[in-house]
Design a protein around this ligand. Structure first.
Ligand SMILES: NC(=O)c1ccc[n+]([C@@H]2O[C@H](COP(=O)([O-])OP(=O)(O)OC[C@H]3O[C@@H](n4cnc5c(N)ncnc54)[C@H](O)[C@@H]3O)[C@@H](O)[C@H]2O)c1
Length: 256
């Protein structure tokens, strides 16, 4: 499938997990990709993998903290120059921090909201002019099953993802007449740095009975990040042409 031939894609969080899998999927489908992340080693590994697959000529990478307004302004300008325009923005960067809510400091709350929700907003705001000049433009945002279903100890994270989901609906209506689509994916139980590397960092006295309903119904447990990358690829292509202002849950039926 070469759905991305001639398509210019900016991806955040491209240095790990689902973001990295999406970089590789869109390169494999013929796209030109600019991947950003705060993790230098992660970006290097993504670039090495792309080179091994013979796609080095269509990938550029850059360090970028999506929660830093000035850095986003400069980073998006650099991405637009590197790609010669932007048709697809994939907002995969995010952080998960868990804690009892009565022990959640304002600093932790602001960190999670600042990266996940405000960072996604900043990326969209700065990329909008390029997207509106782009070809069949699309923004794919990253929500989570925690936006709609109960995930204990993750109230800040859930709030940030609920905000992204609501914002996606508002944006879809606002820019619909310019042909710009906005969609969220809501993954759950996907292997990545967040879930199997640094992990969700649950409290030591976690009550595991609260997680009784949080297991996939199909498969052998967690799925690989490529399962989400394939859905992102569909949404950003013409196969998703009639999809906007909604979210797609990819959780192996955990919440079916
Ligand atoms: N893995 C899951 O089961 C799951 C479930 C629901 C939602 N998600 C969402 O999927 C997205 C991808 O996460 P993942 O699971 O691949 O985790 P991951 O930790 O492997 O990848 C997240 C990436 O975001 C980057 N990042 C963090 N803060 C950043 C910042 N300020 N600026 C730029 N980059 C930053 C990290 O360095 C990392 O490379 C996230 O938005 C996450 O919330 C994942």
């Amino acid at each position: 499938m070469n759905r991305y031939e001639g398509r210019r894609v900016l991806i955040t969080g491209g240095g790990s997990g689902i973001g990295r899998a999406t970089v590789h999927r869109l390169l494999a489908e013929g796209g030109r990709v600019h991947a950003v992340d705060i993790a230098e080693a992660g970006l290097k590994a993504t670039a090495e993998h792309a080179a091994a697959a013979g796609h080095a000529d269509r990938l550029t990478t850059a360090l970028l903290d999506i929660s830093d307004e000035n850095a986003v302004r400069e980073g998006v300008a650099a991405a637009t120059r590197a790609l010669g325009g932007i048709d697809v923005l994939v907002n995969a960067a995010g952080i998960l921090r868990s804690a009892h809510t009565h022990r959640t400091t304002l600093e932790l709350w602001n960190q999670v909201i600042g990266v996940n929700l405000t960072g996604t907003f900043l990326m969209i705001r700065e990329t909008l002019p390029a997207l509106l000049a782009g070809d069949r433009p699309v923004v794919v945002n990253f929500s989570s099953t925690s936006a709609s279903f109960a995930h204990p100890y993750m109230s800040a994270y859930a709030a940030s993802k609920g905000g992204i989901q609501s914002m996606t609906h508002a944006l879809a209506a606002e820019y619909s007449k310019q042909g710009l689509r906005f969609v969220s994916v809501a993954p759950g139980s996907i292997e990545s740095g967040m879930t199997t590397g640094s992990g969700p960092g649950l409290p030591e006295d976690t009550d595991w009975s609260l997680f009784a309903k949080l297991a996939p119904a199909i498969g052998q447990g967690f799925a690989g990040p490529e399962t989400v990358a394939g859905v992102v690829a569909m949404l950003g292509s013409e196969d998703g042409a009639f999809i906007t202002g909604t979210e797609i849950r990819i959780d192996g039926g955990t919440h079916c």
